[in-house]
Design a protein around this ligand. Structure first.
Ligand SMILES: [Fe+2]
Ligand SMILES: [Fe+2]
Length: 445
């Protein structure tokens, strides 16, 4: 009979694999809750380190990874809820030891230590635990968990790969490298005291070193940028006007928009400060905020890619930090969110917002910039929705939301410091330097 040869068990596994006793529902839930705790703490740790981390490439990867971690937590929470588990207690700390281990990671005090903590220790051991879970649970009866684990494992592997490459580069400094090896050993002892990520890895830890987290973590929300960035307080805002100016060459207006894109580096800095200081929201709030953080970094990367594509050293541009610096240091998290909402809302009208920006770059004929602005517009529509979903709801209505933004602008105007500017009106020099570069040389696919 032909049908005897059809693949069985929906192609998931063999009869032998499906005969594995595997994990009980309770054991699954216990493990998933531990992974979920690790994921929620990674979101917390990254949000608290975004501003104090100077390297742009690290901020970029953190922005992708914080969103993936938030999404993974969301998926795990959903799976736990499917497993006979009310009350869910998804924000309960599994054990004090696991909490202390992750507190220690939070207390990393330079980029290399932080990367070693997040990637070489947390993600590396988490990946092992996830793989073991996948290999041991029953692939048929626990298929929804297996699907979830497979997805998380594939994304964790990519995150870990980035982390290992970054650690290798930063370890070229011998003194830093030596300190990071000691830090890794320090963290591994605290992880062993928590019986590993799974809570079942029994290891003898005779004594633990002094925990750095005995002292409270000092949140530093002043945005740091690495030494490539100079003139970081340059608030000369001509590019903000130039792209709107119908009398200018579309090429100049497109350069102005590409500069506006790369300058979005400050949005993840500001948004991470909101998350870092806004605990206790429904998890979906953090998922949405982290998604927006990653989108804003992609917008900045759009500018970065376009400048690289045209052979321009973007690090010479005065990419300012005034906005994130002022919002992070002068406003409450809610006031910051009000300004974010006001900005995003202002991007929606067709005659001045994202639709208009797309029309401007279309006139330049630069296909890459057209693709970028097209996607940027789509992302911003999502951000306006996120603003309505969380911020307007909290403020009760749209007018109250905009009113708080106006108050926040006034607060900033009153307290704004005087900034040292190195490159006065740098735009003319920049335009001179790119005058030989053609933009209309790409075709839209
Ligand atoms: Fe953006
Ligand atoms: Fe946005």
């Amino acid at each position: 009979m032909k049908n005897r040869k059809l693949p069985s068990l929906a192609g998931l596994c063999t009869y032998e694999e499906a005969s594995r006793v595997g994990y009980s529902v309770d054991r699954n839930v216990e493990l998933l809750k531990r992974y979920n705790y690790v994921k929620t703490r990674l979101v917390d740790i990254i949000s608290k380190h975004m501003n104090r981390t100077p390297e742009w490439e690290v901020k970029g990867a953190f922005s992708l990874h914080i969103w993936l971690d938030a999404e993974h937590s969301q998926l795990i929470r959903k799976r736990v809820a499917e497993m006979r588990e009310p009350p869910l207690q998804l924000d309960k700390v599994p054990t004090d030891e696991l909490k202390i281990f992750l507190n220690e990671v939070l207390h990393s005090d330079c980029t290399l230590e932080l990367l070693v903590g997040i990637y070489d220790v947390v993600r590396s051991y988490l990946l092992n635990a996830l793989k073991r879970h996948l290999a041991e649970t029953n692939p048929l009866v626990d298929q929804p968990t297996c699907r979830l684990l497979t997805l998380i494992i594939s994304e964790e592997e990519k995150m870990l790969e980035w982390g290992r490459q970054a650690i290798e580069i930063l370890s070229e400094d011998e003194e830093q490298s030596r300190r990071s090896v000691l830090w890794k050993e320090h963290l591994e002892l605290f992880l062993a005291a928590a019986f590993g990520i799974s809570g079942t890895e029994e290891q003898v830890v005779s004594s633990l070193p002094l925990a750095r987290s005995e002292k409270p973590f000092e949140l530093n929300l002043v945005p740091q940028r690495d030494e490539r960035f100079t003139d970081i307080f340059n608030n000369f805002d001509y590019p903000d006007q130039a792209y709107k100016d119908e009398t200018l060459d579309p090429k100049e207006r497109t350069w102005a928009l590409l500069f506006k894109r790369i300058r979005e580096m400050d949005v993840p800095e500001m948004m991470c400060s909101i998350i870092a200081q806004t605990p206790g929201k429904p998890w979906e709030y953090y998922v949405d905020m982290c998604r927006q953080i990653w989108d804003e970094v992609r917008h900045s990367m759009m500018g970065e890619v376009a400048f690289v594509h045209k052979g321009i050293d973007w690090t010479k541009l005065p990419i300012r930090i005034n906005w994130s610096y002022e919002l992070n240091t002068l406003l409450t998290p809610l006031e910051r969110h009000a300004i974010l909402y006001d900005v995003e809302f202002g991007l929606m009208p067709g005659d001045i917002g994202k639709k208009f920006e797309l029309e401007v770059v279309k006139k330049s004929g630069y296909g890459l910039a057209i693709t970028f602005q097209d996607h940027d517009w789509a992302d911003e529509v999502l951000h306006a929705q996120i603003g309505r979903k969380w911020f307007v709801k909290e403020m009760k209505d749209h007018h109250a939301a905009l009113e708080l933004a106006q108050q926040a602008y006034k607060k900033i105007a009153f307290a704004r410091p005087t900034y040292p500017i190195e490159q006065e009106n740098w735009w003319n020099d920049f335009m001179q330097s790119v005058s030989h570069i053609s933009l209309a040389d790409e075709k839209l696919v």
